[in-house]
Design a protein around this ligand. Structure first.
Ligand code: FAD
Length: 603
């Protein structure tokens, strides 16, 4: 184990985690999850599963990560997830936080400027990173996880899963997949995840289609290293120049340009040093930078027809691929990994049935389709070469930017539309599908913490004004215990005394973010100005006011139940009952209980 690598993800006690398997019934080595592909998505999934103590085998033909970056941009939610992974604790020190974005016209005239605003996740709203450094650090972190083995220099060549595996015949015991590698080795895995890129051999082995469009439009990508950041180009910018649409992006230690190639241009000729220098010249002195990479890409907007077949799943580019204009391709894959990791853990620990995975594709496909539609819209805007259309677009953008009031709003920080799981998919509870914010809190011992510092990769229960576990019925308590759920109690500033005697961490919600979330999620509290006044009736009387202290509240007035991937399952206005909680019906203790409605809706 490398002592320099700090594993930041808080370790939680795993009460019933089965030990890693070493051999299956057939004698082949057996693991919980085999991941085909050690690209960025496979690596993030390996870190998330290995961090949970699950046994993981990763198979990857290449010995080293790709030395040249593809993705450069990630958003706040992805950063929030990444900084918790082993090896990536220092990630924020190595990213270029993108404070604003520009849309330029010919001659680099600013048409529209957008401020990116503040994030309530404690991260830059958007940031640019160096993919090879990120992959190297993550791999070093994964090397510290004892249950993850990486088979480099080998490829998955065949998959065998019993026809009866999966939902068709849940009684079938042989619920594992045998995976053949190109050196003749065989591995058995309870689950296989194909993170093997857009041309996914796993997807092809399963005979799953990859519908959508490949665009004829070619873009030339040039990365340069610079001795210092280019002070005259500090922000991400799209250039809506019909002569040559382009993108310029500051990156850590350098800069990236992407230029659209025109239909009659020869890619080989355009990638010669002379051509690249000519393209760079209007932006920077080519002698002052070192060209590190030149490549021509085409883009596609495609999704796999199915993301699961029996015990084999697809994630990342294997499941979807999109034009890069919204910078979400890798982010989407990382979201897949987060959506898969907790579901696989629940299933592998016997806490939920396989159909928990039905929610994976439902949830993720909807998001991916939305992002692809957005990327295509941006692409149409940026790639316009029709002079009339381009002039019209530029005029509209310029007018918007110069409209009094709107200009200040746009520059001051546009409201970031964070993806929320669609209601029908996230479940019926108030607040379902909302991303848990990451506010600043004060602990009882006077420390200032971000909420994330107090969370693990397990479920979380947040009680308003009391310990969220205090009012749970025995079945709900058992549900939380089996999942080693994190429990927190939160109050408004100045009300910490209300929480005297609670056994979970007691927290003061410094700017009321959590309290608003807990109270506003309920229809009859909507419109409440701050949400904080609601807590008046919870108090025992302020110390020193002369009123006799009353015993602490037995149960919280609201309980937020947060999934391990930090989406809200929802806010309960009374302590949740065991039968209200997902997976409950699959646990041994609940075999005779009625199946809750909620369970059906989150799958
Ligand atoms: C020019 C460009 C710019 C981009 N910019 C951004 C951006 O700014 N932000 C963003 O979020 N995304 C961006 N993307 C998209 C992003 O790069 C991809 O979505 C991301 O790299 C996909 O990661 P992945 O792990 O799913 O697949 P890959 O990175 O393709 O990894 C797949 C891995 O599977 C391995 N493999 C293949 N066959 C087998 C087999 N038989 N067995 C086992 N392993 C196998 C491969 O060797 C590879 O290592 C950009 C893409 C391009 C091309």
């Amino acid at each position: 184990m490398d002592d320099d690598v700090q594993v930041l993800m808080p370790v939680r006690s795993a009460p019933s985690l089965p030990p890693p398997r070493v051999a299956g019934a057939s004698g082949d080595p057996e693991v919980d999850v085999l991941i085909a592909g050690y690209g960025p998505v496979g690596a993030v999934l390996a870190a998330l599963l290995g961090g949970r103590g699950l046994s993981v085998a990763v198979v990857e033909p290449r010995h080293e990560p790709t030395p040249l970056p593809r993705a450069v941009g990630v958003d706040e939610e992805i950063l929030r997830l990444l900084v918790r992974l082993p090896g990536l604790a220092g990630l924020l020190d190595h990213v270029h936080a993108g404070g604003r974005q520009m849309i330029l016209g010919p001659g680099r005239r600013v048409l529209l400027e957008l401020g990116l605003g503040e994030s309530d996740l404690g991260m830059p709203v958007a940031a640019f990173f160096h993919q090879p450094t990120f992959e190297r650090d993550l791999r070093a972190g994964i090397a510290t996880l004892p249950t993850v083995q990486v088979h480099r220099g080998r490829a998955v060549t065949a998959l065998h899963q019993p026809p009866a595996a999966g939902r068709d015949n849940p009684a079938h015991h042989e619920d594992a997949v045998t995976v053949e590698l190109d050196d003749g080795a065989r591995l058995r895995a309870r689950w296989v995840v194909g993170c093997d890129g857009a041309s996914s051999p796993v997807r092809r082995m399963l005979g799953i289609g990859y519908g959508g469009t490949t665009f004829a439009q070619r873009w030339l990508v040039v990365d340069v290293a610079t001795p210092a950041p280019l002070a005259h180009l500090p922000y991400f910018a799209f250039s809506c120049d019909p002569q040559r649409p382009s993108v310029t992006i500051p990156t850590p230690g350098g800069h990236r340009w992407e230029w659209m190639l025109l239909p009659d241009e020869d890619p080989q000729q355009m990638t010669t040093p002379a051509s690249v220098r000519a393209l760079l010249r209007p932006w920077v002195d080519p002698d002052q930078v070192q060209i590190t990479r030149t490549a021509v890409f085409t883009f596609q907007a495609r999704t796999a027809d199915r993301w699961r077949q029996g015990h084999v799943l697809l994630a990342g580019d294997a499941a979807h691929s999109m034009p890069p204009f919204s910078g979400q391709g890798l982010g989407a894959g990382i979201r897949d990994a987060a959506a898969l990791a907790w579901r696989l853990e629940e299933i592998l620990r016997g806490l939920a049935g396989d159909d928990l995975l039905d929610g994976y594709e439902r949830e993720r496909r909807r998001h991916v389709e939305t992002v692809i539609a957005g990327a295509l819209r941006i692409g149409r805007l940026v790639q316009t070469t029709n002079p009339t259309l381009s002039r019209l677009t530029r005029t509209i953008l310029f007018t918007l930017d110069r409209t009094p009031g709107l200009r200040q709003a746009l520059r001051g920080g546009v409201t970031h539309q964070r993806p929320r799981l669609p209601g029908r998919i996230a479940g019926p509870l108030p607040g379902a599908g909302v991303v848990l914010p990451n506010p600043r809190l004060r602990t009882l011992d006077g420390h200032l913490r971000r909420l994330d510092d107090l969370l693990t990769d397990a479920w979380t229960l947040i009680g308003l004004g009391a310990d969220p576990v205090a009012g749970l019925d025995p079945m709900a308590r058992a549900w939380a215990d089996r999942r080693a759920a994190t429990t927190l109690a939160v109050v408004a500033p100045g009300d910490l005394h209300i929480l005297a005697g609670v056994t979970c961490p007691a927290l003061e919600d410094l700017d009321g973010t959590l309290i608003r979330l807990l109270t506003h999620s309920h229809p009859h509290h909507a419109g409440h100005a701050s949400g904080l006044g609601h807590l008046g009736h919870l108090g025992r009387g302020r110390p020193g006011t002369g009123s006799a202290p009353r015993p602490p509240r037995v149960s919280a007035t609201r309980v937020a139940v947060v999934r391990p991937d930090r989406f809200l399952l929802g806010v309960f206005s009374t302590p949740p009952r065991g039968i209200d909680l997902p997976g409950f019906a699959d646990s041994p203790a609940a075999q005779t209980s009625p199946v809750p409605i909620l369970l059906r809706s989150i799958r």
